[in-house]
Design a protein around this ligand. Structure first.
Ligand code: T1G
Length: 697
């Protein structure tokens, strides 16, 4: 016989004899929002005052135990009770409190478990302390209680990596006490009964001591100074864990202060913007409609992109039919896919069995006719409109009715490609980023006639491939490459005016870019952009200052970067070194143009680079090529190595402020009024006080 008590619409109590079960029910992930915190506090307090209760067990409804504090509350005025206060009350409970963990017990959710007196996992459980991914640290006892259960090393590894730890490993480390099968409520009742019977020993963390490990802490701090120079919270995590050898109440105070220090940083705002932004790009009407079947994929082209795309599809369990024009190209493509999958096995991303299954679902052919049964074709052939026209004309004849025809083109006009078929409604752009089985950005380019269910299928593919799908409209370069083309000119001007490529790269990497722009150019191949500059030469505005003369001259030497061993850098050693011959060419071009080289500080390099990026990003939003600022931000986080802790170019623009940006652009315009123009939207934002964040809603 049980008796139900509803505390609020997220917390309820079920009494079965002298056992009380507290159920948390706050879909979708049982985040500890204010109502959950208040409800838990009330439940624990009432039960400790109730008669005939001898044991309490806390479990959660739905697909997972508590997955953390409610991130949506961050940055807003705080509302009591705080999670640490609730957890302190749970730990202080005179009655034994057991937590039952299933799904992903993360952050404040796992910290809730740490404050209970025993922890029982359900098979399939993963625990984690992912706060570091949000610019934070476990702020509700994780850095103090976990070392008492599982030691300093295990705690540092979890809290600094933010990774999820399987239940079996958590059990082995002592972070949980049991790992069982069963439904959360039933396991909770059983666990409470075991505690009363003495079959399950409680381990209140407050009663345990920490084995100090000063050497590891010091070694970790040194390593972070090298590996994480930009991030703030990892260093605070080491500081907080170091306090775990103190009395618990003192350590919790130190942790709380460290947490608040992190909460007040721009990095926390940037990383939380990235967290929600990653989900927002597909949270749009265009992604929600009915999708078409996606059971078999055709990939045209076995080059770098084609084999990368095929690998990405196979990793997602999608069978692939690869088409090439010649046997040697097909053999190379299939071999590249096999190599990519082998790499995934080596990195622990897939089992050997999964690899074998993937390879068995890859077919290769020289016949376009073999695409007759695929649901989606992704063309990744040579970037020439003539080649695309020829291919799409053939696809139109070969592919079944309703098949989706996509091009991986990085800038060509999707509408022109669609016009080669009798089914323009089935055509869209799916722009992958190299390496296509690693980079998470997928630009989903909507043609004028693209049908709604075709667009929705593009977003479904992105989800299946675990990519971040960003909607883009047709224009030269879509979202990412259009912005890249613009700010690359600003960088070209700086090099012509006196900055060296290596100096620019060093400044951008100091800003947090994964790789300096010139190293990116060398990696992609200087000849790619050279062809692009030649393509655009005829249409270039005569009043525009040409930014690529030095790069043209370097390409004329056949120095294309990493693939030729020589470009802006030399690739003859362990690390790239500046190419002295390229520097001589740059000097010669400056002399030819009558330029007296000037000094650039790292700060000015970053300001010019970022301001140019923001100018074109603003235009891309203003003309609708990108749906919202957050879509541009996510494109740059997931496709261009923009530092995640900065949230993206337009989140960063909000930190600078529209007025300051307008003033900066007007300053630069004195030297080059053609290039440095204030976009009307930015000027309007400067006068109205609107931010890019306001434009995301
Ligand atoms: N708070 C608020 N909303 C959340 C949330 C959270 N913690 N986690 C997920 N959501 C929303 C998400 O925005 C999405 O909403 C929906 O839930 C489904 O998520 C004190 C301070 C749990 C592994 O960092 O890793 O605790 O888009 O699409 O792929 O020390 O969500 O549907 O409107 O990601 O199945 C620490 C973050 C917080 C966990 C599930 N916890 N979440 O993945 O679904 S800080 C985290 C995740 C903290 C304490 C500190 C994943 C997931 P919408 P989803 P999923």
């Amino acid at each position: 016989m049980s008796e139900q008590t509803v505390i609020n619409d997220m917390i309820s109590i079920e009494r079965i004899g002298d056992i009380a079960l507290i159920c948390i029910d706050n879909p979708p992930v049982n985040a500890t929002g204010q109502a959950v915190r208040q409800g838990l506090l009330t439940a624990i307090t009432d039960l400790n005052a109730a008669a005939q209760v001898r044991a309490i067990a806390i479990y959660a409804a739905g697909r997972t135990f508590v997955a953390g504090a409610d991130i949506k509350e961050f940055g807003k005025p705080f509302v009591d009770p705080s999670l640490p206060d609730v957890l302190d009350a749970i730990e202080a409970s005179a009655l034994p409190v057991i937590s039952v963990l299933h799904g992903t017990a993360l952050g404040g959710g796992f910290e809730l478990a740490l404050a209970t007196h025993a922890r029982v996992g359900i098979k399939g459980l993963r625990i984690g302390l992912p706060e570091v991914n949000l610019g934070l640290l476990p702020g509700a006892g994780g850095t103090q209680r976990l070392p008492r259960l599982a030691g300093v090393a295990f705690t540092l590894d979890m809290a600094l990596s933010g990774k999820m730890v399987p239940g079996a490993d958590a059990l082995a480390a002592g972070a949980i006490d049991q790992l069982v099968e069963g439904a959360p409520r039933d396991v909770a009742l059983s666990a409470a009964q075991q505690v009363l019977d003495g079959a399950l020993k409680t381990r209140p963390t407050g009663s345990l001591n920490v084995v100090a490990d000063a050497a590891l802490l010091e070694q970790t701090a040194d390593k972070l100074r090298m590996t994480q120079p930009h991030l703030y919270s990892p260093h605070k995590i080491v500081e907080a864990v170091g306090a775990a050898t103190l009395p618990l109440s003192q350590g919790l105070q130190i942790e709380r202060q460290a947490f608040m220090d992190c909460m007040n940083t721009p990095q926390r705002a940037g990383l939380i913007h990235a967290f929600f932004g990653e989900r927002a790009t597909s949270n749009i009407p265009e992604a929600k409609g009915d999708a078409r079947p996606l059971d078999r994929i055709g990939v045209i082209g076995g080059g770098t992109m084609g084999s990368g795309i095929a690998t990405a599809c196979l990793l997602a369990g999608l069978p692939v039919q690869m088409i090439e024009v010649a046997q040697d190209g097909l053999d190379r493509g299939m071999a590249t896919v096999a190599r990519n999958l082998e790499g995934a096995v080596k990195r622990g991303k897939m089992t050997e069995a999964a690899r074998d299954a993937a390879l068995s679902s890859l077919s290769g052919s020289l016949q376009m006719q073999d695409l007759s049964d695929v649901d989606l074709v992704i063309e990744a052939a040579f970037e020439s409109m003539d080649v695309k026209r020829q291919i799409f004309t053939q696809l139109d004849q070969v592919c079944k009715e309703g098949a989706i025809l996509a091009s991986n083109t990085s800038y060509l006009n999707i509408d022109e490609i669609a016009a080669c078929t009798n089914r323009p409604q089935d055509v869209l752009g799916l722009h992958f980023f190299s390496p296509a089985h690693v980079m998470r950005l997928l630009e989903i380019v909507q043609g004028a006639d693209t049908a709604p269910d075709v667009l929705a299928t593009g977003f479904l593919l992105a989800k299946r491939l675990k990519k971040v799908g960003v909607l883009a409209q047709v224009c030269d370069g879509f979202v990412g490459n259009r912005i890249l083309a613009f700010f690359s000119k600003a960088v070209g001007y700086m090099v012509l005016d006196g900055a060296s490529p290596a100096q620019v790269d060093q400044a951008l990497e100091g800003f947090g870019m994964a790789m300096g722009l010139h190293k990116v150019f060398d990696l992609a191949g200087l000849d790619i952009d050279w062809a692009e500059r030649k393509r655009q030469a005829a249409g270039r505005d005569s009043s525009e200052r040409y930014s690529g003369l030095h790069l043209d001259r370097i390409c004329e030497q056949g120095w294309f970067g990493r693939k030729t061993g020589k470009g802006l850098y030399l690739y003859d050693g362990k690390h790239p070194t500046p190419n002295p011959d390229a520097l001589r060419i740059i000097d010669d071009v400056r002399a030819e143009l009558g330029i007296e080289p000037k000094e650039f500080t790292a700060e000015e390099i970053v300001d010019r680079y970022l301001t140019a990026m923001i100018i074109e990003a603003t235009r891309v939003v203003a003309d609708g090529t990108a749906k919202r600022p957050v879509d541009v931000d996510m494109a740059y986080l997931f496709g261009y190595g923009f530092p995640r802790f900065r949230g993206g170019p337009l989140h960063e623009a909000d930190q600078i402020g529209a007025s300051a940006l307008v003033e900066r652009i007007e300053g630069y315009a004195k030297e080059d009024p053609h290039f440095w123009q204030v976009p009307p939207l930015l000027r309007e934002m400067a006068s109205t006080g609107k931010t890019f964040a306001d434009l995301n809603h």
